[in-house]
Design a protein around this ligand. Structure first.
Ligand code: HEC
Length: 179
């Protein structure tokens, strides 16, 4: 084999190598797809789910009830209770009205007044009215207990809820110790 032959062979090999590299490059250019940093849907859906449960969760688990209660005072609570008084009595021995009597309600089992006809939803709720439960219910009753017949929009302000809960707690034979 003379050097000319050898050159041809080397040239051929080089050509093939270049072609392979070239095709790779070209196909990359042609089929180039911008890869998102975070792959699309699966993550998005999960994040959306997390966000929607997060609001409920944050109230259920993470509410710092002592910090919340510290915002309120029973005197303001008494004023705020005027909104509730359209449907609820609060004095000892008070009667059921549109809503059940609320004396002693803090710490009481939900749906526990025997001569009051609760909605099915509240009757089945099966929790006691802890500070956290009351706070959750009073944010938006219809959302906390789906199917409740308490037709009350809710108290949006934390301070108002804390105050009214303190007032409820005062109107009790055994007020709960506040955190
Ligand atoms: C429009 C009337 C109405 C108003 C206003 C209202 N409630 Fe009620 N409430 C009801 C009714 C009706 C129920 C019974 C709900 C059911 O059975 O689902 C109820 C139930 C409750 C319960 C559960 C009691 C139990 O025995 O389990 C609490 C606690 C409560 N209300 C607190 C309040 C507070 C505090 C306010 C004011 C911030 C208020 N409600 C305003 C009608 C009302």
């Amino acid at each position: 084999m003379d050097s000319f032959e050898l050159n041809k062979i080397i040239a051929a090999i080089l050509m093939v190598a270049l072609l392979i590299i070239g095709i790779g490059k070209i196909s990359k250019i042609i089929f180039h797809v911008e890869k998102p940093k975070i792959p699309g849907y699966a993550v998005d859906v999960e994040e959306a789910n997390q966000a929607s449960t997060a609001t409920v969760k944050s109230v259920e688990d993470k509410v710092d009830i002592s910090a919340l209660m510290a915002m309120g005072d029973a005197t303001s609570g008494e004023k705020i209770f005027k909104k509730c008084a359209a449907c609820h009595s609060i004095v000892k021995g008070g009667k059921n009205n549109i809503g059940p009597a609320l004396y002693n309600v803090v710490g009481r089992q939900s749906g526990a007044i025997s001569d009051y006809k609760y909605s099915k939803a509240l009757a089945a709720h099966g929790k006691s009215w802890t500070l956290e439960e009351l706070n959750g219910y009073l944010i938006k009753p219809a959302k906390w207990i789906k199917g409740t017949k308490m037709a009350f929009a809710g108290l949006r302000k934390e301070k108002d809820r804390a105050s009214v809960i303190k007032y409820l707690n005062q109107n009790s034979d055994n007020p709960l110790p506040l955190p």
